[in-house]
Design a protein around this ligand. Structure first.
Ligand code: ATP
Ligand code: MG
Length: 190
């Protein structure tokens, strides 16, 4: 079995995330994709708290049997290092081959990640295309070890979703309806 691991701050989860996961699932014949919400990402400070971000990941993935929302990094102490998540997933799912999915912006700077070389030993690295980013500045070590996926361009980002909400604009069609409802109900990112 082939397990996709898709990590992110998901602040909030949007259609670009779902599309990237869906494309990876299909193009790599995965059995499932785990969406792992980064509780305390080492490189940035999310705006919404981790439980709210995870709740939105649950809402966005619950109607798709290919996807699963994972609490792996929420239930762990300390910074959310991907290398620890991949080690943990390897133990939890010993019968699975692991595929770590990132978008082009994230894989372009994989070499700066904590214990970066170890990542490529624990999982097959997968880089999905993302408008505005290319891999030319990617470290050769990782370029040789990454499966590149050309996926339909979706320009949505969580930053854009947050900025639109602050500006009083709609995020309909950028996030799934249940996430749109959650954002409104909890007055997030206003
Ligand atoms: P932010 O603007 O807050 O950085 P983001 O939209 O980049 O948010 P993240 O949670 O940082 O979302 O990203 C999680 C993963 O999803 C990363 O690997 C990122 O490259 C990928 N990703 C996010 N949006 C897209 C998109 N539109 N197309 C392809 N990959 C994406
Ligand atoms: Mg990002």
């Amino acid at each position: 079995m082939r397990l996709g691991i898709f990590g992110g701050s998901f602040d909030p989860i949007h259609l670009g995330h779902l599309l990237a996961a869906s494309e990876a699932y299909e193009l790599l014949s995965l059995s499932r994709v785990l969406f792992v919400t980064a509780a305390r990402p080492p490189h940035k400070m999310p705006e919404a708290d981790a439980e709210a971000r995870h709740q939105m990941v649950l809402l966005a993935t619950q109607d798709d049997e290919r996807f699963e929302a994972s609490r792996l990094e929420l239930d762990r102490e300390g910074p959310s290092y991907t290398v620890d998540t991949l080690r943990q997933a390897g133990k939890l799912y010993p019968e699975h081959e692991l595929f770590f999915i990132t978008g082009a912006d994230a894989y372009a700077d994989l070499d700066s990640w904590y214990q970066a070389e170890e990542l490529s030993r624990l999982a097959t690295l997968v880089g999905a295309s993302r408008p505005g980013y290319d891999i030319s500045r990617m470290h050769p070590f990782f370029r040789e070890r990454t499966v590149l996926l050309k996926i339909p361009a979706c320009e949505v980002s969580s930053t854009q979703v947050r900025e639109r909400i602050k500006a009083g604009r709609t995020v309909r069609y950028l996030v799934v309806p249940k996430v749109e409802e959650y954002l409104a109900k909890h007055a997030l990112y206003r």
